[in-house]
Design a protein around this ligand. Structure first.
Ligand code: MLC
Ligand code: AMP
Length: 504
């Protein structure tokens, strides 16, 4: 029997009483208990009629049971589709219909809304709440704690993660067993994770960072995690002396730096701080070292590619750079106009190739082929440069994308919403510096002829359409948007004009 992810991440822990999860209240979950629960859930998924290759869409609060549901999906060969808990019903409807999910699992409080969506597409629903309550675990508790693990190949689909698009609808990135496992193996090695590691885990588990990077590596290394429901500075400061490493988005680091309790003594037991998902300011890197003596290790990744590059564990971790390609990952810089490779030192588009790179977008062969070169390199849309020493620096984005607190926001989606509102002529959504989130969302709109937009009504209406983190924090009404001679809106001009909106 082979199922590469199961064999590498889960099978070695079967029957072992070693600690896997430290609950914030002091309780622990052993590897054996975690895997028993995963087996029970896998039996439940089977019982619900799911077949290998079927998709399970999951929008649930972070919990150990939610992580066991991921492990159960691996065991049962079911494609795991995690969704941000902030998504509205409207957003969810699309993901569920597009993926053709056979089962939708949501928080008990949203069961009614989910039932409506699921009925429309013939899916069934189950519930899983923050403390593990709900119909999923009710059913799992009646199931055996052993499961005949389903055979899978390295190119079988393990997960489907939706990423928003610069044009049109969100795309489901298809991640195979090989994509996930190859990356976990490299990262465990590069960052030297082992059984004594205790990861302070405060990221959400519906994204690559908190799910695959954090949890797959910990499972592979046989280490443990202090599992917090989300970022809570006091709790993190309290628990840090028990941990050996932390992974976070830059907002984690700026928030920790805002607290005087962050110092050398507090972080004495830590061996590694990792940052990613958004640019870490060199200034944050330096301040963090000054206060704690630790140099943050910054790495660069994407939903579609898992992790691509990392600063060295043992060598020089350079502020402002994202380090070197991981083993087995090729990175090149190309000319944005024609895709030809550029000499080292030139700035261009970052392209990557390797076992880490996804299989393509779900049901979107044209989109997939647009974003891959004929020789298999994936066009990330990020702009970067590789210096003489081989370090990659991300210098910006060729794609119109805002990253707020590590979450990607595509202006087009918000502009489409704004343009449909009464009284709005046109709109441009931009990201401008934000002290907490790195970038904050703001909207610049014009009035429709003989009309005036009601910004309060717009902000009210947006709550049912788009997740809260996508909402503009400021809307300004202007006479006209700045355009270049080709008629294209000059977002760089707007970004300059409004650059102090959230920091000034
Ligand atoms: C929450 N809010 C946000 C936000 N997170 N708004 C903008 N951007 C965000 N990221 C909203 C809340 O709904 C709330 O709205 C208000 O902002 C303040 O919330 P908060 O309580 O201060 O936020 P908090 O819950 O503490 O969350 C902030 C955060 C969180 C940064 C801790 O967003 C987070 O964990 N981000 C990590 C995301 C992540 O995992 N990214 C990895 C993607 S994978 P109101 O109504 O109260 O005003 C990837 C690949 C790779 O990118 O390379 O890793
Ligand atoms: P996502 O689609 O949510 O996976 O976000 C991926 C994007 O996050 C990348 O294409 C980059 O633009 C950005 N990103 C991830 N890590 C870094 C980093 N260390 N520095 C700068 N940008 C990053």
């Amino acid at each position: 029997m082979t199922n590469p992810l199961f064999d590498a991440l889960l099978a070695p822990h079967l029957g072992h009483d070693t600690v896997f999860i430290h609950q914030p209240d002091g309780g622990v979950v052993s590897h054996a208990d975690f895997l028993d629960n995963a087996a029970r859930i896998a039996n439940t998924l089977n019982h619900a009629g799911l077949q290998p290759g079927d998709r399970v869409a999951v929008q649930v609060p972070k919990s150990v049971e939610a992580l066991a549901l991921y492990a159960a999906s691996v065991m049962a060969g079911i494609v795991f589709l995690p969704l941000n808990t902030a998504y509205t019903t409207e957003e969810l409807s699309y993901f569920i219909a597009d993926s053709g999910a056979a089962l939708v699992i949501g928080d008990p409080s949203s069961a009614e809304a989910l039932q409506g969506i699921a009925d429309n597409v013939g899916a069934s629903i189950m519930t899983l709440g923050a403390n593990g309550h709900g119909t999923l675990m009710d059913s799992a508790s009646t199931m055996p704690a052993s499961f005949n693990v389903v055979e899978r190949g390295e190119d079988d689909l393990a997960a489907l993660l939706y990423t928003s698009g610069t044009t049109g609808r969100s795309k489901g990135a298809m991640l195979s067993q090989k994509n996930l496992l190859s990356n976990a193996l490299s990262l465990k090695q590069e960052w030297q994770y082992g059984p004594d590691d205790v990861l302070l885990h405060a990221l959400p588990i519906y994204h690559t960072h908190g799910l695959f990077v954090a949890c797959n590596i910990t499972l592979l290394a046989g280490g443990s995690m202090i599992f917090l429901p989300g970022f809570d500075r006091d709790r993190m400061i309290e628990l840090m002396p028990k941990a050996t490493s932390m992974m976070g988005v830059p907002t984690f680091y700026t928030r920790l730096l805002d607290d005087d309790r962050l110092n050398r003594d507090l972080t004495r037991h830590m061996r590694l701080f990792i940052s990613g998902s958004a640019p870490l300011l060199a200034e944050t890197h330096e301040q963090f070292e000054h206060r704690t003596g630790h140099r943050i290790l910054e790495r660069y990744g994407m939903t579609e590619t898992n992790m691509n590059t990392s600063n060295p564990y043992a060598g020089d971790r350079r502020a402002g750079t994202v380090g070197f390609p991981l083993p087995g990952v090729e990175v090149r810089i190309t000319n944005p106009e024609d895709g030809t490779p550029l000499p080292q030192g030139d700035t261009g588009v970052v392209e990557v190739r390797g076992d880490n790179v996804f299989m393509g977008y779900w049901n979107m062969p044209e989109k997939t082929s647009e974003e891959f070169r004929a020789d298999g390199f994936f066009i990330t849309g990020d702009l970067g440069r590789i210096d003489d020493d081989g370090y990659l620096t991300i210098l910006g984005r060729g794609k119109d994308l805002i990253i707020s607190g590590g979450l990607n926001i595509y202006p087009k989606e918000i502009e489409d919403f704004l343009n449909d509102q009464p009284g709005v002529g046109e709109s441009a959504v931009i990201g401008v510096p934000h002290a907490d989130f790195g970038e904050g969302v703001m909207a610049v709109i014009t009035s429709a002829p003989d009309a005036a937009p009601d910004t309060d009504a717009i902000m009210e209406k947006i709550t049912t359409s788009l997740a809260r983190f996508k909402h503009p924090r400021r809307i300004v009404v202007v006479d006209a948007l700045p355009r270049n001679t080709m008629g294209k809106v000059q977002k760089n001009v707007l970004r300059e004009t409004y650059k102090d909106s959230f920091t000034g």
